[in-house]
Ligand binder design. Structure first.
Ligand SMILES: Nc1ncnc2c1ncn2[C@@H]1O[C@H](COP(=O)(O)OP(=O)(O)OP(=O)(O)O)[C@@H](O)[C@H]1O
Length: 236
């Protein structure tokens, strides 16, 4: 079936009532330079959205703006129907895992990196067992041997999958993913695609990989900070 192509405004009306995340004419400027201009879209719980566009079109900025890393200069963002502000951004951060192109693992070995969040009060007592660690690594097509490796010696694609493993162990349900399959071989990529097919995960991603794009419900095309098109793949 051909994808349904909607104008951003029509699409916005379709899902406005059930959206987990909604951007309403969001603009972001940094030092007087416009980076995002009047972006409107909505993503429901469990939907997978992907941003595409040329380098510098604003894709990563959309993900980071949802995390409160950029000041919105006009328009509003809603998370669970609440306007995003200094208080609601905390619930986004609690629920979300942001996996960038070179995640910082913040520990010496991979095992320490995976266990790091469980040293803090919020997650103390929920430390995963070795069996659980190995289970999550296997889902991401990573060998158990990687646990003993030094983080500085693992590749970019492995680092991203370790960061994903850590987010899965933490029970995150909202994933902000920046090019997580671009550095992967086919088997690893399939593993990552399968992990994010989980219907309970909501995903906002940046990707160019056609296999990734084909699995997404929404394809949002950015041009110079503007949302040029939204394709609705009809998976939902
Ligand atoms: N903090 C900042 N200060 C100044 N300019 C910025 C800042 N953050 C982003 N930009 C600019 O905003 C534009 C969009 O950046 P962004 O990283 O969102 O693009 P992108 O589409 O994700 O690019 P790429 O595909 O190359 O990663 C770029 O021109 C970038 O230089």
């Amino acid at each position: 079936m051909p994808p349904v192509v909607s104008r951003p405004s029509e699409f916005d009306g379709r899902v406005a009532n059930s959206a987990l995340i909604r951007f309403d004419r969001v603009s972001v400027s940094v030092h007087g330079k416009s980076i995002l201009a009047g972006i409107s879209f909505a993503v429901n719980v469990g939907e997978k959205a992907v941003f595409r566009g040329k380098s510098g079109s604003g894709k990563s900025t959309v993900l980071k703006t949802l995390l409160g890393l950029y000041r919105v200069t006009s328009g509003r963002i809603f998370f669970e129907h609440e306007p995003l502000d200094s208080s609601t951004v905390k619930s986004v951060r609690r629920r979300a895992a942001y996996i960038g192109q070179e995640p910082v693992l913040g520990a010496e070995t991979v095992r320490e990196a995976l266990m790091l969040p469980f040293r803090f009060k919020t997650h103390r007592g929920n430390e995963p067992s070795d069996r659980r660690l190995n289970e999550v690594l296997a889902r991401l097509h990573l060998s158990p041997d990687i646990l003993a490796r030094e983080c500085r010696l693992v590749s970019g694609g492995e680092k991203q999958r370790i960061a994903i493993a850590r987010a899965l162990l933490l029970g995150k349900s909202l994933y902000l993913l920046d090019e997580v399959t671009s550095a992967l071989d086919d088997e690893s990529k399939q593993a990552v695609l399968n992990v994010f097919a989980d219907p309970s995960f909501t995903v906002l991603s940046v990707a160019h990989d056609p296999d990734w794009v084909a699995r997404c419900d929404l394809v949002l095309e950015l041009e110079g900070g503007r949302l040029a098109r939204i394709h609705h793949n009809g998976n939902t």
